[in-house]
Design a protein. Sequence first.
Length: 256
Amino acid sequence: MQLTILGSGAATKPILKRSGSAYLLKIKDDLILLDAGPGTLRQFLKAKKDYFKLTHILISHTHADHLSELMPILQSIFVRTLELVGDKREKPLIIIGPPGFKRVYQNLRKAMMPEKESYQVQVFEMGNSKKDFKNWRLESTIVRHVKFWDSVAFKISTKDRVFVYSGDTGFCPEIIDFCRGADVLLLEATMPISIAFPKDHLNPQFVSEIAHLSGAKLIILTHLYDLDTPADIRKEISKKFKGKITIARDLEKIAL
Ligand SMILES: [Zn+2]
Ligand SMILES: [Zn+2]
């Protein structure tokens, strides 16, 4: 597995060095995008990756900072299949979102891209469920985030690695259980140390607890506002977690 951080930023305050939530995972022939926050297409170009080759798009929840570039990505793929460019897609594009996602997807299509796709698209919803692909297994769990709809975390397992992406989550039993036994955790760490008990997001104290209980070897912190210094974040997390800590940077590539 190879992970590329396309966007490690968070929602409300744009930061030049951090684009909207988006992570790219390569597993053999599959190219999997985890979330599609604002700016994702341009991050593909900067990372020298080709969005046309995407095989899977996983959306953790439908907040704009995780979803808003989905339609531009689909439109760009569509345009490349037209005669002006003539690129051909062989595999279907599999798009997976949380419960209720199909309706959101249909509404977005109707409003933003009503053209019929020129390639095969399959849309699925996942709550507390799993799905097997050729070289990997996808599991999801509903985590505590906001009250309007469900948000999920994703677990991707190959024969020798288990990787978890938290999406956006508060500190809840579901995310703790889901991370147990994973090798690598990509965890949101939106809130600063000074906010001791955030409800809808994690702070470094909660990240430390989840990481410690998981037994993971490596954690990657993301969805960042940079409100604490990297040294302070590391110090706080190291109080419980003894594995390796990476603070995500956009365009960074990490072999898992
Ligand atoms: Zn959110
Ligand atoms: Zn978010």
